[in-house]
Ligand binder design. Structure first.
Ligand SMILES: Nc1nc2c(ncn2[C@@H]2O[C@H](COP(=O)(O)OP(=O)(O)OP(=O)(O)O)[C@@H](O)[C@H]2O)c(=O)[nH]1
Ligand SMILES: [Mg+2]
Length: 422
């Protein structure tokens, strides 16, 4: 796996091949495809009243993407279209990349290409920058080295407790003369970091007995929920799974259009109601439709909400309860999306969402760019909740199954993973 990261890969801008005329044409086409989108509002969503009891069926006939409520024609924001219109892996293929580490149980064809590896994408993170500076100086094996590592870890939001534990362990072993040189100590640091993440590197497994397998995505505003759903839609389609999406973010018409754009791109039905519809009722309709069609996986989007907004947090519980009226075991996965640039605040986000809806898996997004990276260790240590995927870019193929070794090696200087310890 390590050798995989050693290959030089081009870091092409996502849309380098497109001309302005191209993108204008695409925008026009997509806007025409989604005439139902109404104006986006940025207001914070208010909790909707509980729709209890559930309106009796007859169920609305499953609404395919085209059946979105017809309102004012409204252009879908260009960046949404751009992300949804990104061409598949094949167009960006670089031959010869090794396979990504994937759960054995996930059948179907694997994504073909890796335009960029973990290392390419994570090199901007605070942890990678802090640690690589340290390694490049060929440091001496002494207390100063430990102090510098400690600073790099804390600066990168690994968290004080986790950092202290790591450093004290290394200090003890250094005093016991376990390391022949600084490199050996750094290799031990790598092992410790991998060990911290290994227990949470548990890939999502789709239980085939669940019909459908319901995946509810939650998280604060703008963390990448809808984009992650789009990426998952691509992944699941590539795996040959029957899929349906529920546009449960009903506060902004643009949110519905954004999901529909992803649905259109991947040939997936999106169940939507009008703006301001009750999110729980959308989820209910979608589950009913997915059951009727024998769909394998249903992914429900939800509006972003601050973990401190009690009313909105309660609404998540309501969505869950409403789903359970149709299937007591649903949702089978509550996937919380966390923005990798968040820092320690991610811990309180997770605590609140977990209390409200019972988070069963995490996706950490935006690990490309300037994410601190260390927060992943803090989350793993504090909660032990599986980290299913990592978002390392905006393109459909930029969602990777979380891999502890690949992640740590991407943060550390090249070659360390192979240098070994005593
Ligand atoms: N660089 C990078 N950007 C990402 C990633 N995931 C999502 N984004 C971007 O983050 C922005 C917000 O993404 P959305 O998917 O709309 O986030 P959201 O959580 O659905 O937002 P709300 O519905 O408003 O709460 C978009 O510009 C995405 O392209 C990632 O892994 N890397
Ligand atoms: Mg969204």
């Amino acid at each position: 796996m390590v050798s995989f990261f050693r290959r030089k890969k081009s870091d092409k801008p996502a849309r380098s091949g497109s001309t302005d005329a191209d993108s204008e044409r695409r925008i026009a086409e997509l806007a025409a495809a989604f005439p139902g989108a109404a104006a986006a509002g940025d207001q914070a969503p208010e909790p909707a009243p509980e729709p209890d009891p559930i309106p009796p069926t007859p169920p609305a006939p499953p609404a395919p993407a085209e059946a979105a409520p017809a309102t004012e024609p409204e252009p879908v924001p260009a960046e949404i279209i751009a992300a949804a219109m990104e061409t598949g892996p094949s167009s960006a293929a670089e031959p010869g990349h090794g396979p990504e580490s994937e759960p054995e149980s996930v059948p179907g064809p694997q994504p073909v290409a890796k335009p960029a590896g973990w290392r390419d994408r994570l090199r901007g993170s605070a942890l990678a920058r802090g640690l690589s500076g340290l390694f490049s100086r060929n440091p001496r094996l002494d207390d100063d080295l430990l102090d510098e590592i400690e600073t790099a870890l804390i600066t990168a939001d690994v968290g004080v407790t986790a950092t202290t534990d790591l450093i004290e362990d290394l200090r003890k072993r250094m005093k016991a003369r376990e390391f022949v040189d600084a490199n050996a100590l750094l290799a031990a640091l790598r092992t410790d970091l991998v060990e911290m993440l290994r227990p949470v590197a548990m890939p999502l497994r789709i239980d085939r007995n669940a019909k459908p397998f319901v995946l509810l995505t939650v998280g604060v505003n703008g963390v990448g929920k809808t984009t992650t759903i789009g990426k998952l839609a691509r992944r699941f389609k590539d795996e040959g799974r029957g899929l349906m999406l529920a546009a449960g973010d009903t506060f902004r018409a643009a949110a519905v259009a954004q999901l529909q754009a992803w649905g259109e791109r991947n040939g997936v039905t999106v169940i939507a109601q009008g703006q301001n519809a009750d999110a729980a009722s959308v989820a209910f309709d979608a589950l009913q439709a997915a059951k009727a069609r024998g769909t394998e996986v249903l992914i429900a989007d939800t509006a972003g909400r601050l973990h401190t907004q009690k009313g909105l947090m309660d609404e998540l519980g309501k969505i869950k309860r409403v789903l359970q009226k149709l299937d007591p075991s649903a949702p089978h996965e509550v996937l919380m999306v966390i923005d990798g640039t968040t820092g320690q605040n991610a811990l309180s986000q997770l605590r609140q969402f977990h209390a409200a809806v019972g988070v069963t898996g995490l996706v950490v997004t935006k690990l490309d760019g300037t994410a601190k990276g260390g927060m992943v260790f803090a989350l793993a240590r504090e909660f032990g909740i599986p980290i299913r995927y990592a978002g390392i870019g905006e393109r459909p193929e930029d969602l990777r199954v979380f891999d502890a070794e690949a992640f740590v090696d991407a943060l550390l200087p090249q070659g360390l993973g192979e240098s070994g310890e005593k």
